[in-house]
Design a protein around this ligand. Structure first.
Ligand code: A3P
Length: 306
């Protein structure tokens, strides 16, 4: 009897196809407390996820979106679909804030964008999930990524040294057509900017109209417009306005202007000063990314002009 029960329990969690341990299926009602009449508080699955791209302005997007009182998100990144999937869908749901049914639960974990298994896993949870991707010029993104890593690793070689394959590189990555121009595509900071590759994987599971792309450059120069487009995409009444922002002239980034007149800027790890990268290196990277950006524009039917 005990063995039978044990087998039945195991059976629920073992995939018939590959034997991998899967989390139990999501509970249908998406609700902790009662049946929910719209006003009941419950931990609910998100209906939208900011899946990336790292260092493109994902924190700014979430903080600005939360100006809309209907938007609720967990504080830290949840990393369910990449690191904690074995904890199961119910664990994921419990990481979400308490909300009423008419509020929008959203989370952001930018590493989902590049996680191979994430599209299928998100689809398994909810094929109607709305996906939000902030993108910016992959060269600026790479420099931002480098700046973050270098801030934690004193003595890190220069950006140019990392980005290009040359005789002084200790480890030479395998030559492929993509890195034949001497660009080190095995370095994550460069690879993540090959957006079309990662978007293609998401498009295997989700239709394009279910993915909204936020222009990371315009999120800095025109935050209210970018947020309004996201509010529309997720089906919220637009409430965020240009008057909600004030430019921090020292850093060159927008901050939130609160109704009591105080301002709230993102923390000091956002909007860091970037190292000066040689114009020659930038121009080589422009040549490298140009055809890859074109493939991305073609794939999503939108040109960002990088
Ligand atoms: P830098 O710090 O390199 O400038 P993410 O939140 O995805 O990690 O992205 C961080 C980047 O968001 C920052 O990179 C910065 O360029 C950009 N950003 C966009 N809007 C911002 C804002 N209002 N305040 C600070 N950084 C912002």
């Amino acid at each position: 009897m005990v063995v039978f029960v044990l087998l039945a329990v195991l059976n629920c969690c073992i995939s018939a196809t590959n034997g991998a341990v899967l989390p139990p299926a999501r509970s249908d009602d998406n609700n902790d407390i009662g049946d929910g009449d719209g006003g009941q508080l419950a931990h609910r699955f998100p209906s939208a996820i900011i899946i990336g791209v790292k260092k493109s302005g994902t924190r700014a997007l979430l903080e600005f979106l939360r100006l809309n009182p209907a938007v609720k998100a967990p504080g830290p990144e949840v990393h369910f679909f990449d690191r904690h999937f074995d904890r199961g869908f119910d664990w994921y749901r419990r990481q979400m804030p308490l909300t009423t049914a008419d509020q929008l639960t959203i989370e952001k974990s930018p590493s989902y964008f590049v996680t191979k298994t994430a599209p299928e896993r998100v689809h398994r949870l909810d094929p109607t999930m709305k996906l939000i991707v902030v993108v910016r010029d992959p060269i600026t993104r790479a420099i931002s990524d480098y700046t973050q890593t270098a801030s934690k690793r004193p003595g890190m070689p220069s950006f140019e040294h990392m980005a290009f394959i040359n005789a002084t590189n200790a480890v030479l990555p395998k030559m492929t057509p993509a890195n034949a121009q001497g660009v080190n595509t095995s370095w994550g900071a460069i690879r993540i900017g090959i957006y079309h590759r990662f978007v293609s994987r998401w498009l295997e599971y989700f239709p394009l109209h279910q993915i909204h792309f936020v222009n990371g450059e315009r999120l800095i120069t025109h935050p209210a417009e970018e947020i309004a487009a996201v509010e529309k995409f997720v089906g919220l009444r637009p409430t965020v306005r240009a008057e909600d922002f004030v430019l921090n002239t020292e850093k060159g980034f927008p901050c939130i202007k609160r109704t009591d007149g105080t301002t709230h800027c993102l923390g000091k790890t956002k909007g860091r000063a970037h190292p000066k990268v040689s114009p020659h290196a930038i121009s080589r990277l422009r040549t490298f990314y140009a055809p890859l950006n074109d493939r991305f524009y073609e794939l999503i039917g939108r040109n960002f002009g990088w």
